[in-house]
Write a protein that binds this ligand. Sequence first.
Ligand SMILES: Nc1ncnc2c1ncn2[C@@H]1O[C@H](COP(=O)(O)OP(=O)(O)OP(=O)(O)O)[C@@H](O)[C@H]1O
Ligand SMILES: [Mg+2]
Ligand SMILES: [Zn+2]
Length: 325
Amino acid sequence: MAYSVDVYAAAKRVLEERRTAAERLLSLKKADVYAKIPEIKQLDSDLCKNMAALSVLILRGGKNLDCALEEMKAENEKIRQKKASLLLENNLPEDYLEPQYTCKNCGDLGRKNGILCSCYKEICKAEAQKELSKSSGASGCSFENFDLSYYADNGAEDGTNPRRKMNNYYNFCVTYAKTFTENSASIVMIGKTGLGKTHLSLSIAKIVADKGFGVVYAPAQKMVSNLERERFSGSASDVFQKKYSECDLLIIDDLGAEFQNSFSVSAIGNLINERLYENRPTIISTNLSGKELADRYSERIASRILGEYRKLFFVGEDIRFLKNR
Ligand SMILES: Nc1ncnc2c1ncn2[C@@H]1O[C@H](COP(=O)(O)OP(=O)(O)OP(=O)(O)O)[C@@H](O)[C@H]1O
Ligand SMILES: [Mg+2]
Ligand SMILES: [Zn+2]
């Protein structure tokens, strides 16, 4: 799970909010119980004193430490039992004054004994899904609503039949998403406008993000402008650079539609190179032909993409147009 720093920061906030809510609820309950059952207030204060004394004992050490600790533990246990029975007598559950954390395992700390808790992984995943749906404009694109009947069922059976070809691509994408790993192949989707490239890449993105991988989607233009702002803002921040180069799956949508200058060409070229070098999968969608890719980003980059990515040549008629007919 290689998520961006934003995702980890958001997950940390969620944990903090959960802890604060549990503690706030606990102090409300305490105030209520102390007013009704003052004896419990006294017992809590005894427990506090014992805890403080316990710390002193441990700090001091000494040869009778073990014995003293055992005594104090037994004393504390007695107080706890007394508290529990008082609560029960007053028709309250015996753990009424225990903090009710969302995660019983880690007390909403996100880790236990130095190991990440499963709740933390779940929170990261949910935050990453939120980020993905924000960046892709909550698209609603999925494998379920990818309709093959938009592609003509004509032509030869040798692969020039558009529906057959797109059906193969669709199956490839479904399998790719379901079996995704950090070292899956990269994909380039090439074709005219409105053929379903963005639709299929976002469908893959959703499944891969649901599996707990860090997926970043960005139209090339947005990616370049984020990198450009970061690079020339004068700050030392490299949040976007890291996010694009280190995520588990990067989706560069509409490559070639970005405003072209020497920065955009080298920023995109470097990202593509770096991710290939690190064996990190990337999905590119583009309207550009092989020659146009070479003219724009250099022969070297074009040959990397066309030579090392799995190539899907989309066919058919503009589905935006077909849908509005
Ligand atoms: N097979 C399909 N079934 C249902 N809807 C589809 C299908 N393919 C595309 N669409 C829808 O048609 C619209 C255009 O598709 P999409 O954006 O994926 O095209 P594109 O190939 O990425 O085009 P562009 O090159 O202009 O970016 C979207 O609203 C998309 O959800
Ligand atoms: Mg598109
Ligand atoms: Zn937990």
